[in-house]
Design a protein around this ligand. Structure first.
Ligand code: ZN
Length: 161
């Protein structure tokens, strides 16, 4: 069976940056499961996985435009430290989720702290990067009606509920 619209695919992957430094990977005991064609993965990766079968291995370099987009410097802003709850220890490199109205969670990274001024970057941490994926397809199957309704995979590599 080949990966196509609304198939469930289980993949093992290693993500590294252009210099080959590992950034992320699927867990050792469980591949990542996703429903193809539902924007679960970045575009550049889904495009390359289309038509692959179990056992196939691919090497993909995804440019920012098909990954997490280009960096937008207007998403970098400086706020005063008292915007944060008292007692919270702030450090450069800290990441947290901010909930924007309507737009889902954003990852915010603290990129500088000077005195009581804290610089926040709301760009996706992988924005502006060419992403190198080493992917092996573990399994391809049809999605169940329930999975399509929920928009996510059930069972191994997916949701357990
Ligand atoms: Zn569900």
């Amino acid at each position: 069976m080949q990966i196509s619209h609304h198939k469930v695919a289980l993949i093992d992957y290693v993500l590294s940056d252009a210099q080959g430094k590992p950034i992320d990977s699927s867990s050792e005991d469980e591949p990542l499961a996703y429903i193809h064609g539902t924007d679960s993965l970045i575009t550049g990766l889904e495009e390359e996985l289309e038509g692959c079968s179990a056992g196939d291995s691919i090497d993909v370099v995804v440019p920012p435009d098909k990954g997490y987009g280009q960096r937008d410097e207007s998403l970098v802003q400086t706020v005063s430290r008292d915007q944060f709850e008292a007692g919270v220890e702030l450090e450069v490199g800290m990441q947290f989720h901010a909930h924007d109205e309507g737009d889902g969670p954003d990852i915010v990274t603290i990129t500088a702290i000077e005195g009581d001024q804290v610089t926040l970057d709301t760009n996706h941490p992988l924005a502006g990067l060419s992403l190198h994926f080493d992917v092996t397809v573990v399994e391809v199957r049809d999605a169940t009606a329930e999975e399509l309704e929920h928009g996510h995979v059930h069972g191994p590599g997916g949701h357990h509920h």
